[in-house]
Write a protein that binds this ligand. Sequence first.
Ligand SMILES: C[S@@+](CC[C@H](N)C(=O)[O-])C[C@H]1O[C@@H](n2cnc3c(N)ncnc32)[C@H](O)[C@@H]1O
Length: 254
Amino acid sequence: MVYTEIKSGIAYAEEQMSLESSPILLEIIRKCSVYKKVKILDFGCGFGGHSLSCSKINNCEVYGIDIDPNHIMIANKLKKKYKAKNVTFELRDILSDPLPPEDQFNIIMFNDVIEHIPVEALTKILEESRKHLTANGKIYFGYPPWEGPYAAHVYRAIKIPWIQYLPNKITLKLIKNNNQEIIGYIESDLIQAYNGLNRITHEKILRILRKVNLTPILRKSHCILNRLRPFKDINFGFFPFKHLITYEILVLSK
Ligand SMILES: C[S@@+](CC[C@H](N)C(=O)[O-])C[C@H]1O[C@@H](n2cnc3c(N)ncnc32)[C@H](O)[C@@H]1O
């Protein structure tokens, strides 16, 4: 990886070093403050911005894992830059290299991660995660659902919402014509990133959760219509409005 890529990765992670845009996650962490130590697993931690912000909260200890060596390299540089203490980053694929059973977490977060993992692997990862969740622990998902306007992860480059609904040939051609490199050893451009998406929706997640015996306890759908004051608190997670959902938060327990 070249110096400019590392620099832009660090800058991107620094933008995410505030949890203000994740109030539900912050609330879950606060509720854990009764414990002496709050252990958080940041699954698919990427460049580590969220891990670092959690590690600054009093009694939190964060363990960030990712399968991409470039991402972990940037996360460790960021840790060094901020002299962060309560955080560890590690390159790890928990399916081939499972965590020891004694590693138990109060919170396991998947922020912008679940849409990048093939459904079969995701099911196994959630089964594994369940084993490492404390009795009152919570799993946190934040993800853009496949029906939404920006689900293809290429809006910044192409400026066309719902591009995933065009015939696949046309979508791929549009991405190819506007392709950009991204920081990643496993996915290093927009085409690879698009092809790596698992087209996850809330309904598909519910089917997976039934298999792995995890229970949704909170759902917050961020819909474009929620920006209008009278619709502020309405959950639009149903047809046809679910196509206007930009982001979903789901909290799970055992
Ligand atoms: C879009 S990034 C999100 C990074 C970070 N959570 C954030 O919010 O900035 C998705 C991350 O998931 C990681 N990832 C994908 N599949 C994974 C797996 N099976 N195990 C661990 N990490 C994975 C990718 O390498 C990537 O860093």
